[in-house]
Ligand binder design. Structure first.
Ligand code: ADP
Ligand code: MG
Length: 757
């Protein structure tokens, strides 16, 4: 018999190979060993970062150079003040964009949009409009093509908003997010960020409501700031910096894991003997192949003008994080989607695969996306930065109070905005923010808030006496590390911004930010109305602000919590406070169609009732479909990969026992027989669990595309019946992984995938 040492140092025999069960896995191990770090196409010693950055973006600098002055000014008014761009001007912009793109080797253009999935959509058109009379090519790109496209919308999720007979959808240019060139092996494509809506004008995408929410936030914030006496402000935007977590595994392992290929996560796999307990991966030195990947991906993102800033190893083995510098939330959303796309593509170039699933590997930490959120005025001042003057401090406290009120009033909506099948593995588990939404303010700010609620005019801080009278108030310095002490809070004030930590790593940040912008706009509106009532009654604005802040904080203080969000005590306390605690997606999603939520979006013209119901339907259906795919795969992997390996081992053990008994008469093999018995028990357990998994599926069908009450029933069915049945199959299979001959095991194990690059 040929015996071979494999890459793991384990011994495998030719017999194992012939039977083939474990061979794919062993070949994967060998492939991984032969890999080298891959070079980036960018060499910063030749082209400095400053030249690379934005080189594939049709940004302000480019427009300033290429557009006539009056057109450029009109574009700026459109970007900075939300003015409409005249179609004649759009023609000129389109021409300049085309010339710029052609000069860089582009052959095609596409409207690039966000349907109601977590990803983007693109359909490429060449610039070629017709063959000229002389047989030459005519390249054309008009203002009309820039401004509007007409994709067939019938295959995008709509949640029933658009009936299939009205298949036409429209894409419309979003000039607030710059056009860019995507490079691929054989050429470049001009991508134009657009919105996507139906013939009847319903938003079929995630960007339209995000842009609408930015408009209302702007309107309500400017109004409030004017009331407070800050009259020079003309525009307010929300700013977002999404920190993105992800896993990287070698492509050879990935290709041997049908579950990761199709579901983005391992549906099977025993806990690795070495998990994250050594605490040595977090911020550890980055392995060469991984760093080569990161730098290459960053170079591509620099070209696209995506300001990626930090990179590091995360808590779980094979887990990493990248964070950009914050931007206006619409651009930040586009850039986060681009980042994910570039990471996926670049990983493949490096023989790796990038996993954005919230929980690819059970037993180690999952991935999130910390959505850092704030507001800024047209001069770039961060409006959640505690100020140095009494006016700034008054403004800060009023805005802070508005956010506190918004999160308290719509905490259910915030929870629903981040609810999806992948995130259910994370939220509420002992590693990530809990499912109960609450706000952490840090010790110092909490003292301020308590003093304000109590009506105290001054308080003591580490720096001495602090005056808390509006109009003359001096806020204590808020120590930054105050906010870092609590990593368990889902919504933490981190010194000059809020960090919404419950967003899933695979999710688009568009809707969570749409919800945030809209609910904060509603609170700003409320504050303005209250202030106006008081000032009209003759109260001066400082006294009015003080009164409104005190009363509003008092009414909404149940949402404030500085303690350990994982503790049982908090769960009990939160229940007493009446805070919603939705354990999973199925419980959370109905928030979308609650009266007060529908009213919120309707009143501020962000989403109509139909659009909101459509979104709810899409999410319900997405949940069903996700679990349905997992169900199908669990069944097929268990039946066709795990069972055969286990049965093969069972047969070998049985044969060994029989042969030994024949060879040595009267030998006592009780222990070995017990070993065989244990194994067969486990195999039977797996089979019983598998049969159970197959049964309930007769009562459900995951293919329904358009959600409604029926689909919601199905969604509950998946949650209550299918998920536990899948878990039972997994439990038995994972135990078999620890019993069966390693050389027969067909699926790369966690101990390999998470450690070998
Ligand atoms: P950390 O959370 O590790 O202390 P930072 O506070 O510097 O790191 O930033 C984390 C993320 O928050 C980054 O993406 C950063 O750009 C973003 N961020 C910083 N300030 C703001 C702001 N005013 N608005 C939105 N995001 C911000
Ligand atoms: Mg952070």
């Amino acid at each position: 018999m040929t015996v071979k040492i494999d890459a793991q140092g384990g011994i495998s025999t030719m017999r194992g190979r012939l039977f083939g069960h474990g061979s794919v896995r062993r070949e994967a191990l060998q492939t991984v060993q032969s890999r080298d770090p891959v070079r980036s196409t960018v060499d910063y010693t030749v082209t400095p970062v400053s030249e690379v950055f934005g080189s594939n973006v049709f940004n302000r600098n480019v427009m300033k150079k290429l557009l006539p002055k009056n057109v450029y000014k009109a574009v700026l008014r459109c970007l900075d003040h939300g003015e409409q761009l005249d179609p004649a001007m759009a023609d000129i912009v389109a021409n300049a964009m085309k010339d710029w793109a052609l000069a860089r080797g582009a052959t095609h253009f596409t409207h690039w949009f966000h349907p109601m999935t977590e990803q983007t959509a693109e359909k490429h058109d060449s610039f070629l409009s017709a063959a000229g009379a002389d047989g030459g090519a005519i390249l054309e790109f008009s203002g009309k093509l820039l401004i509007q496209g007409e994709p067939d919308a019938s295959s995008f999720p709509s949640g029933g908003i658009r009936s299939t007979f009205e298949a036409r959808g429209y894409t419309g240019w979003d000039p607030t997010s710059p056009a860019f060139l995507i490079e691929s092996t054989n050429g470049k494509t001009l991508c134009i960020p657009t919105v996507f809506c139906s013939y009847s004008g319903h938003a079929l995408d995630k960007k339209t409501p995000l842009l609408r929410s930015l408009e209302v936030l702007n309107k309500e914030a400017v109004r409030l700031l004017h009331i407070l006496g800050n009259r020079q402000v003309q525009r307010v935007i929300s700013t977002v910096g999404p920190e993105q977590e992800y896993f990287l595994i070698d492509e050879a392992f990935y290709l041997a894991r049908p579950d990761i290929i199709n579901c983005g996560r391992a549906l099977f796999g025993a806990r690795p003997p070495r998990g994250q307990e050594m605490e040595d991966h977090y911020w550890g030195s980055i392995k060469e192949r991984v760093l080569a990947f990161m730098m290459d991906a960053e170079a591509e993102l620099y070209k696209l003008g995506v300001p990626v800033k930090t990179r590091h190893n995360e808590v779980a083995p094979a887990q990493f994080e990248v964070a950009p510098v914050f931007e206006q939330s619409n651009v930040a959303t586009d850039h986060n989607l681009l980042l994910m796309e570039v990471f996926r593509k670049t990983a493949q170039k490096h023989g790796l695969r990038c996993l954005f699933h919230e929980k690819p590997f059970s037993g180690v930490n999952g991935s999130g996306k910390h959505n850092n959120w704030s507001m800024a005025d047209d001069e770039g001042n961060n409006l959640l930065e505690p100020g140095s003057t009494p006016l700034e401090n008054t403004q800060f406290l009023v805005l802070l109070t508005a956010v506190v009120r918004a999160v308290n009033k719509y905490s259910g909506l915030l929870r629903a905005a981040i609810a999806h099948a992948g995130n259910d593995h994370r939220l509420g588990a002992n590693e990530a923010p809990p499912a109960i939404m609450s706000i952490y303010l840090g010790d110092t700010l909490t003292e301020v808030v308590n003093a304000l609620i109590a009506g105290q005019k001054e308080m003591k801080s580490a720096h001495g006496k602090v005056v808390l009278q509006f109009g003359v108030s001096t806020l204590p310095d808020l120590p930054r590390d105050d906010s870092d002490r609590n990593r368990t809070s889902p919504f933490a004030f981190t010194g000059n911004k809020f960090e919404f930590r419950a967003v899933g790593s695979s999710q688009s940040i568009a809707f969570p930010n749409t919800a945030l912008n809209t609910m904060v706009a509603e609170s700003l509106d409320y504050m303005s109305n209250e202030l106006e009532k008081l000032t009209k009654g003759g109260m001066d604005i400082s006294a009015a602000a003080e009164k409104v802040v005190r009363e509003t904080l008092k009414e909404n203080q149940r949402i404030l919590f500085n303690g350990d969000n994982y503790s049982q005590d908090w769960h009990e306390e939160a229940a007493k406070r009446g805070l919603p605690n939705y354990h999973n997606t199925v419980e959370a999603l109905p928030e979308y169609i609650k009266e007060d939520v529908k009213e919120l979006f309707r009143n501020y013209n962000v989403l109509s009732e139909d659009e909101m119901i459509g979104r709810y339907n899409v999410r319900v259906a997405q949940f069903c479909k996700t679990i349905n795919i997992e169900w199908l795969l669990t069944k097929s992997i268990a039946r066709t990969m795990i069972l055969p390996a286990a049965l093969e081992y069972q047969s070998r053990l049985a044969a060994t026992i029989v042969q030994t008994k024949n060879a040595v008469s009267g030998i006592n093999l009780t222990i070995q027989e017990n070993m065989l018995r244990d194994l067969t028990d486990k195999v039977s357990e797996l089979l019983i669990a598998l049969e159970r998994l197959e049964q309930p599926m007769n009562s459900g069908n995951g293919s329904s595309g358009h959600g409604d009450a029926e689909t919601y029933t199905m969604c509950k069915f998946y949650q209550d019946e299918v998920i536990p049945a899948m878990q039972a199959v997994r439990d038995a299979a994972d135990e078999l992984e620890t019993l069966v001959d390693d050389s027969l095991w067909p699926l790369p194990k966690f101990r390999e995938m998470l450690y070998i690059y």
